[in-house]
Design a protein around this ligand. Structure first.
Ligand code: SF4
Length: 459
């Protein structure tokens, strides 16, 4: 028998559907979550553009062919809109910040464009368009931090123990003061602006209240956090404040820049039990000549000395990194030096890309004589080495004990879960066990491994 709707249910206007396609880094993922929150009064998330009344494309200009990806998606959306009249399309993220009005002029049916500093303007851009205004682009830089809804109400008790809420991503700064020659981020996101520590603490406390156990602090160069604040702050002080919040069980951060790593950072990371035994620190190349051309402001010896300082005190600290292969001028010898550093560090994992020029960056004007095929061949060799290193790491975990923070169900079987050990390897419980539930930290024995994950049972 169908239940009758209450009066208040009948009065509630039906929310429209919003779909956000996110490209790129965790910073973009974070912005997309904020956008869902900003829009939640009128829109509810849907899982496909076909069901949406509003589609936002959150773009990235760091990786290869971002504009191509954007315009091919806009082509598909334009076709979709012929079946869903009234559907709105917005473009945001780094390509939006960079291209602004040019996107509107391409005639792909985009209703509005907004930059990385203008998320809070979305509701008014939508309203303007609904009232018949022409397509708008809002891509102004803002010197101050743009305060946005935190994603959940302080007194909202409904989300405890749900998948997707165990880890909270919190942005601590935006923009970047470095000038890596291949990177467009300083142009698209502007100079570094740190967020007030009180706001970060507040967001972390709310996340814990909602059921989060792990806080991931996000920034382009997290360890230069706070130098622009008055009074000055340091990343280590911020880590200390977040670690002091009751209920925060684990802290991760991404990414530290090797140039900014100081002794107090190493001391804190190795000694605070809440900081995970995992550092993701981009290396990009193992050749000093290429690091100089990239304007990375550190040399391989500095990178290796940081790793040594960490591993001499915490031998099982997991180290992951980023590489760019085939940077302009990279010789076979330079590339071999990168492989050599990989062997020395024994990286647990890495993200690697073949160089492709980003228009407007100094590297785009450098002579790039290596063919695409040659770059791909190097990339394959590097990735094959990484696969071997990771393979050995995974195997070395079998038989050991570790704590697993359970963050989701898995597909292995009904009632089974997955999580991550402190070193960030995904770990599956392949049998249902009492005491294993989303949000719990389980002492586990690693009983096996898969291609890129571990298998565990409670110890
Ligand atoms: S540190 Fe370099 S690569 Fe990272 S965002 Fe800044 S300029 Fe780009």
């Amino acid at each position: 028998m169908q239940s009758e709707k209450t009066e208040s249910e009948q009065e509630k206007p039906q929310k429209q559907g919003v779909y956000i396609r996110t490209f790129g880094c965790q910073m973009n993922e974070y912005d997309s979550q904020k956008l869902y929150k900003i829009l939640e009064k009128d829109y509810q998330p849907v899982d496909a553009p076909e069901k949406a009344d509003l589609v936002l494309v959150n773009t990235c200009s760091v990786r290869e062919k971002p504009e191509q990806k954007l315009y091919s998606m806009l082509g598909e959306l334009k076709a979709l809109r012929s079946e869903r009249p009234g559907m709105m399309i917005g473009v945001c993220g780094c390509v939006a910040q960079q291209e602004g009005e040019k996107i509107l002029k391409k005639g792909r049916g985009v209703d509005f464009v907004f930059g990385t500093h203008n998320l809070s303007l979305v509701p008014s851009l939508i309203q303007l368009r609904k009232k018949g205004a022409p397509p708008q682009a809002a891509v102004d830089y803002r010197e101050e931090w743009e305060e946005l809804p935190l994603g959940f109400a302080e007194n909202d008790p409904t989300r405890h123990g749900q998948a997707g809420h165990v880890t909270a991503f919190i942005s601590i700064s935006r923009g970047c003061n470095k000038a890596c020659t291949y990177c467009i981020v300083p142009t698209t996101r502007g100079p570094e602006v740190s967020r007030a520590p009180e706001e970060i603490e507040r967001e972390a406390k709310i996340a814990v209240h909602r059921g989060s156990k792990e806080i991931v602090l996000l920034g382009q160069t997290v360890n230069s956090y706070g130098l622009d604040l008055s009074p000055r702050m340091s990343f280590v002080k911020l880590l200390d404040r977040v670690a002091a919040i009751p209920g925060v069980e684990r802290i991760r951060f991404t990414s530290p820049h090797p140039q900014e790593v100081r002794q107090d950072f190493i001391d804190f990371v190795v000694s605070n039990p809440k900081v995970c035994r995992h550092i993701h620190m981009p290396l990009q190349s193992g050749s000093d000549r290429i690091l100089r051309l990239m304007n990375r402001n550190y040399r391989r010896a500095k990178y290796l000395s940081i790793i040594e300082a960490l591993k001499s005190r915490v031998p099982d600290m997991a180290i992951t990194t980023d590489f760019i292969v085939g940077f302009p001028g990279e010789t076979e010898g330079d590339f071999r030096q990168t492989l050599e550093v990989m062997e020395l560090v024994q990286f647990d994992n890495s993200y690697s890309f073949a160089f492709s020029p980003r228009p407007g960056t100094p590297a785009a004007a450098m002579e790039d004589s290596l063919t695409h095929e040659a770059k791909l061949a190097r990339l394959q060799e590097l990735q094959a080495l990484q696969d071997r290193l990771m393979d050995a790491k995974l195997t070395s975990w079998v038989g050991r004990e570790a704590e697993v923070l359970v963050d989701n169900h898995n597909r292995v079987a009904e009632g089974c879960f997955q999580g991550r050990i402190s070193q960030n390897f995904v770990t599956h419980f392949v049998q249902p066990h009492k005491g294993v539930a989303i949000g719990s930290i389980v002492k586990a024995r690693i009983s096996g491994r898969g291609r890129v994950w571990l298998v565990a049972e409670p110890a």
